[in-house]
Design a protein around this ligand. Structure first.
Ligand SMILES: [Zn+2]
Ligand SMILES: [Zn+2]
Length: 452
């Protein structure tokens, strides 16, 4: 009997933390943090500090009180006694927080497996944001690539690359005593590397799986048109073409497909792309893993923005050590302000202050990230501030985005092609809708076990 326990990822988008038990083998598929984690108890400066262990999270039932899983240090002030762990391995599908963030709580002796790219991204983000991204200590941290076969007791886990809105994402084929089980991770079929997801689909179908854990982020979205990354690039290219000033674009630094789209859109309009030092650091960290990425240090179409700092003279001592490497590619507000039509510039919310120096004229701003920010009530205050800045500087607002997740139609196609005997919807708030795609759907519940 194979059993699955859902400590996260059941009837919620994200937070995947799924225990698979088969005979004496016990592994977790992802170990992420829910998107709404702690929002009922923590607010702004009311946050747990690094010195706190799991006692704060146990108090509010935010992390499952499971024995033989967490580190001694994390359990210090909790009623759960530290015991030697009984988990054989943790498999991480990709580096988004809703799949990886809680591995810092784990006992360091539990082996952790992730893709090379995932580790590289997490390392880069840890350097930039140590308070938010920290994978903790692990005595056995192992890296896989697509097609590897990893043996954990009698289980064999086969990671296969998939396309998602972050590089280095994987799905898994887990060969259990009952037969192959598929875990999709997060994936899509409308990006520039969707051949990777195709390959995953083919291999998963060939395995003739008896069960599939399938992501369903967009199961409920009735969008008439499923925008592709290629269409996003075309839209951005068109806005840049029409613009008579600087074009600001906001998107996540880890969305490398989007970076390439914006880069191409800038180049086709004979403009240079300006990124900040943090972005340059992320690109530089990934360049040997992604050969198609332009090299920040040598690519003349890519410039690195240095904010004016203490000395007022762009002295190297004004900047962190990691930033200094990019000084040969430095561009400052004076230059952008004088030549506004020549640039496309990455602009995040917390960098808006630069607009005071840049004094944009006839500028455009493209919001190219998840729609949640533009719709959700919880973002209203931040959105109003953004709108006020746009109004103040007369900047024209645009949207151009496509999802990192498969559309409802593509999910139907995925289920049909892979054709498992049992379908288990995860990473979705619309699990019931999967019943329209398959005759044997088992809907998981949080902290409950399904035997298959
Ligand atoms: Zn996710
Ligand atoms: Zn993801």
């Amino acid at each position: 009997m194979v059993s699955l326990t859902f400590y996260g990822g059941a009837n919620e988008i994200g937070g995947n933390k799924i225990l698979l038990e088969d005979k004496d083998a016990r592994i977790y598929l992802d170990f992420g943090e829910s998107f709404d984690f702690g929002e009922d108890y923590f607010y702004e400066y009311l946050q747990p500090r690094a010195a706190h262990g799991l006692e704060v999270y146990f108090e509010f039932g935010l992390v499952p009180k499971v024995p033989r899983l967490y580190s001694k240090k994390m359990l210090e002030r909790t009623e759960l006694k530290y015991e030697k762990p009984d988990i054989d391995a943790i498999f991480i599908s990709h580096s988004h927080s809703d799949h990886v963030n809680h591995i810092s709580f784990l006992d360091e002796s539990i082996p952790v497996y992730m893709g090379h790219g995932t580790h590289r991204i997490l390392e880069a983000y840890h350097k930039l944001y140590p308070q938010f991204v920290d994978i903790g200590e692990h005595t056995s941290l192992n890296f896989f690539k697509s097609g590897d076969k990893i043996k954990i007791k009698h289980l064999v886990i086969e990671p296969i690359h998939v396309e998602h809105s972050i590089p280095g994402a994987y799905g898994f084929i887990v060969h259990t005593s009952k037969g192959p089980l598929i875990y999709t991770g997060d994936l899509r079929l409308h990006g520039p590397k969707s051949n990777m997801t195709q390959e995953f689909m083919e291999k998963a179908a060939k395995a003739k799986p008896y069960a599939m854990l399938c992501e369903g982020t967009r199961m409920g979205s009735e969008q008439e048109h499923n925008f592709t990354e290629a269409e996003v690039e075309k839209t951005i290219e068109g806005i840049v073409k029409k613009s008579k000033g600087v074009v600001f674009v906001y998107f996540s630094m880890s969305n490398i497909d989007r970076f390439m789209s914006v880069y191409h859109a800038a180049l086709k309009n004979k403009r240079k792309l300006v990124i900040d030092t943090k972005f340059a650091f992320v690109l530089d960290s990934l360049k040997d893993k992604i050969p198609a990425l332009p090299d920040v240090m040598t690519d003349e179409n890519l410039l690195v923005y240095f904010r004016l700092s203490k000395s007022g003279t762009y002295d190297e001592k004004d900047y962190y050590v990691y930033e200094r490497k990019f000084m040969p590619k430095m561009i400052t507000f004076e230059h952008v302000a004088k030549n506004q039509k020549k640039f496309v510039m990455h602009m995040s919310f917390n960098k808006l202050m630069e607009l005071v120096y840049l004094q944009p004229k006839n500028a455009d701003y493209i919001y190219s990230s998840s729609e949640h920010f533009l719709e959700g009530e919880e973002n209203e205050a931040e959105r109003t501030v953004l709108e006020n800045w746009m109004k103040h500087f007369g900047v024209k607002f645009h949207k151009a985005h496509c999802s990192g997740h498969a559309s409802k139609q593509d999910l139907a196609h995925l289920v049909k092609v892979i054709n498992p005997k049992i379908l288990i919807p995860i990473h979705t708030q619309r699990a019931e809708d999967f019943k329209g795609l398959h005759t044997n759907v088992k809907i998981p519940e949080k902290e409950k076990t399904i035997e298959i």
